[in-house]
Design a protein around this ligand. Structure first.
Ligand code: AMP
Length: 400
C-alpha cells in the first residue's frame, strides 16, 4: 500500500510517498512560497539527487497538483498513475480535546477539526487547506488525520490544568495540550522495542529537541505530562521561542518598550530562545556551537541555559512518574548535537547514569549513549514522524 504523507503549512507543503509494506520512502519533496511569488518545488526520488524547479504556486491545490505530476512523471516519477496512491495521511497540528487518536477524514471530522482552529490559528487552517486540496484532486482516496496533540490527551487534569480560574477551561478549553505528539509516541515505543522491553512496564522521558522542542513523560506507553502548553510556546528554551517565563514579564516589557500584546508574542515566538539569549548569534545549534567554541560568551551562556532547562524538566518528570527507566533524545539537536547531549546528561548522574563519551560521539543513529552498567540508559532514537503517520494511516484504512 502506498501512502502519501502531507504536512501542509500556510505557505509550504512537505510530502513523502511511502510504500507502507516495505517502509521505503519512494519520493519526497517540499513546495515553498505557496501563494507568494518565487515558488520553489524540490523533489527527490529515492536514491536520486534533488530536483529543484522554480514554479509559482498561487494556491495549495496547485502545489498538490504539482506534487502529483512529479510523482507520476514518466521520466522521474515513482508511480505510473494516481491509482497507485492508496491513502493520504495528513499531519494536523491541533485536535483539541476532540481527538485522542488519528481518524479517517469525513465531513464530520473536518467540521470538528475546524472547531479547533481557534487553538492553532496559524497551523490548523493551513493543514485543512492541504486536506481540501487533496480531496479535490483525489476524491476517492481515503484520507487520515494524524494530530500533534492526540498522544498527549491521556494526561490527567493535574498535568493539563493551569492555576488560573477554572471558568477559562470551562468556557474556552484553556489547558495544556502539548505538541510533537507523533514524535513522542513513535520515539517512546521505539525506545521500548530497542531495549527489548514491554512499553507497558516502562517509564520513559522523551526529549524532542529540534528547533521547536518539548519533553514528555510516558508511563506505560501513555503520556502523563509534556512541556508544551496551550500553544508550543511553553516549556523548554527553543530555537526562537522563550519557553517558560513569568507571565508578568509581558506587561513589564510591553510597558517599557511601548509594545502591544501581539508584538510581545512575536518577540517570545520569533526573537527569543537561544537566538535571543545569544544576543542574536543564531537560532541554529551548529552556529551557536561554533560561536561558543571560538569564544563567544553569550553563545556559550545560551547553550548552558538551554541544557539546564532540559535537565530541570527531566528532573520534574522523574518526580511526576516517581521514577524513570529510560531517557531518550530525538530530533535535530537530540539526534546530532553531541555537546548538547553531554551538557544535559551532566546533570543526570544522580540517577545513576553516566554518558559514554565514545558512544555519544555518534550522530543520527539508534543507540544507547550511557555507559554500560548505568542504572538508567540514555538513548538516541531518530524520530520519523512521516513513517509514523504512514503506519497510522495504513492501520485505519485497512480496518475500513
Ligand atoms: P529540527 O527542527 O528537528 O530539524 O532541528 C533543527 C536543529 O537541529 C538546528 O538547531 C540544528 O542546528 C540542529 N542540528 C541539526 N544537525 C546538527 C548537527 N549535525 N550538529 C549539531 N546540531 C544539529
Amino acid at each position: 500500500m502506498n501512502v502519501l504523507v502531507i504536512n501542509c503549512g500556510s505557505s509550504s507543503l512537505k510530502y513523502q510517498l511511502i510504500n507502507a509494506d516495505t517502509e521505503e520512502v519512494l519520493a519526497k519533496g517540499l513546495c515553498e512560497r505557496i501563494g507568494i511569488d518565487g515558488g520553489m518545488h524540490t523533489y527527490q526520488k529515492k536514491d536520486s539527487d534533488k530536483v529543484k524547479t522554480q514554479v509559482d504556486m498561487p494556491s495549495h491545490t496547485k502545489a498538490v497538483s504539482l506534487v502529483l505530476e512529479a510523482l507520476t512523471d514518466p521520466a522521474n516519477g515513482v508511480i505510473k498513475s494516481l491509482s497507485e496512491i492508496d491513502a493520504v495521511g495528513h499531519r494536523i497540528v491541533h485536535g483539541g480535546e476532540k481527538f485522542a487518536k488519528s481518524v479517517i477524514i469525513d465531513d464530520e471530522v473536518l467540521a470538528a477539526i475546524k472547531e479547533c482552529n481557534d487553538l492553532a490559528p496559524l497551523h490548523n487552517p493551513a493543514n485543512l487547506i492541504g486536506v481540501d486540496s487533496c480531496r479535490e484532486l483525489m476524491p476517492n482516496v481515503p484520507m487520515v488525520a494524524v494530530f500533534d496533540t492526540a498522544f498527549h490527551q491521556t494526561m490527567p487534569p493535574k498535568a493539563y490544568l493551569y492555576g488560573i480560574p477554572y471558568e477559562y477551561y470551562r468556557k474556552y478549553k484553556v489547558r495544556r495540550y502539548g505538541f510533537h505528539g507523533t514524535s513522542h509516541d513513535y520515539v517512546a515505543h521505539r525506545t521500548a522495542e530497542f531495549l527489548g522491553k514491554d512499553i507497558k512496564d516502562m517509564k520513559i522521558i522523551v526529549c524532542h529537541l529540534g528547533n521547536g522542542a518539548s519533553v514528555s513523560a510516558v508511563n506505560g506507553g501513555k503520556c502523563v505530562d509534556t512541556s508544551m502548553g496551550l500553544t508550543p510556546l511553553e516549556g523548554l528554551i527553543m530555537g526562537t521561542r522563550s519557553g517558560d517565563l513569568d507571565p508578568a514579564i509581558l506587561e513589564f516589557i510591553s510597558g517599557k518598550e511601548n509594545l502591544s500584546i501581539g508584538e510581545m508574542l512575536t518577540i517570545l515566538n520569533k526573537k527569543s530562545g537561544v537566538l535571543g539569549l545569544s544576543d542574536g548569534v543564531s537560532s541554529d545549534f551548529r552556529d551557536l556551537g561554533e560561536a561558543a567554541d571560538s569564544g563567544n560568551e553569550q553563545a556559550k551562556a545560551a547553550l548552558e541555559t538551554y541544557a539546564y532547562r532540559v535537565a530541570k524538566y527531566i528532573g520534574a518528570y522523574v518526580a511526576a512518574m516517581n521514577g524513570v527507566d529510560a531517557i531518550t533524545f530525538t530530533a535535530g539537536v537530540g539526534e546530532n548535537n553531541i555537546s548538547a547531549r553531554a551538557q544535559i546528561s551532566s546533570y543526570l548522574t544522580y540517577l545513576g547514569t553516566e554518558l559514554d563519551e565514545k558512544k555519544n560521539a555518534v550522530r543520527g543513529e539508534e543507540l544507547i549513549i550511557s555507559k554500560d552498567g548505568s542504572r538508567i540508559p540514555i538513548l538516541v532514537i531518530p524520530t520519523d514522524e512521516e513513517m509514523s503517520i504512514a503506519r497510522q494511516t495504513v492501520e485505519l484504512v485497512s480496518k475500513r
